[in-house]
Design a protein around this ligand. Structure first.
Ligand SMILES: [Fe+2]
Length: 173
């Protein structure tokens, strides 16, 4: 069962129970902050990457940014639709994100690919936990939304780690 809501909600005719809405708003706030954080981790990589495969990864990082930015809006509008007040500023995102701060000095493409894959994996894990929490609270719609985000983040992780899985498995390239 969802814990009693400690989150202040706007009046809403949303049919979900108020204590569930409060718990889901708190849950979604964390994922909103993470989505904002990750979307600009991808831009940080897009702008600063260097290496022989520059153009491919430069474009990939921008595509990942765009996909993640779509999740920012999706999550924020589920949160506000449940009567919550979205914490959407950069400062709020820095406080709410589940991710480690992205280093500002990464240059090589492989280093960006590996570091971003760490972020994708960390958010993917938090999303699986979030889906469970939404399921237990009885909120199928939030569980479904987080599942959609989780599927996208899983695909992003695949795009990133496919660059180095061959080396890590000990095969020659
Ligand atoms: Fe650009």
């Amino acid at each position: 069962m969802a814990k009693p809501a400690t989150v202040k909600l706007h009046p809403s005719k949303n049919p979900q129970k108020e204590n569930v809405r409060g718990a889901m708003v708190a849950l979604l706030q964390k994922h909103l902050g993470t989505a904002i954080d990750l979307s600009y981790q991808c831009k940080q990589a897009h702008w600063n990457v260097k290496g022989m495969n520059f153009i491919a990864v430069h474009k990939l990082f921008d595509e990942l940014h765009e996909a993640t930015e779509a999740f920012v809006d999706l999550i924020a509008e589920r949160l506000t639709g449940m009567g919550g007040q979205a914490q959407g500023t950069v400062q709020a995102a820095a406080a709410n994100t589940v991710l480690e701060a992205y280093p500002l000095d990464i240059v090589k493409s492989e280093d960006h690919l590996r570091r971003l894959s760490d972020s994708y994996s960390a958010w993917g894990k938090a999303l699986i936990e979030g889906i469970e929490e939404a399921d237990e609270a009885g909120d199928d719609l939030t569980a479904d939304l987080l599942t959609e985000v989780g599927r996208g983040i899983s695909t992003g992780l695949y795009f990133l780690e496919s660059h180095f899985q061959v080396e890590d498995a000990g095969h020659s390239t």
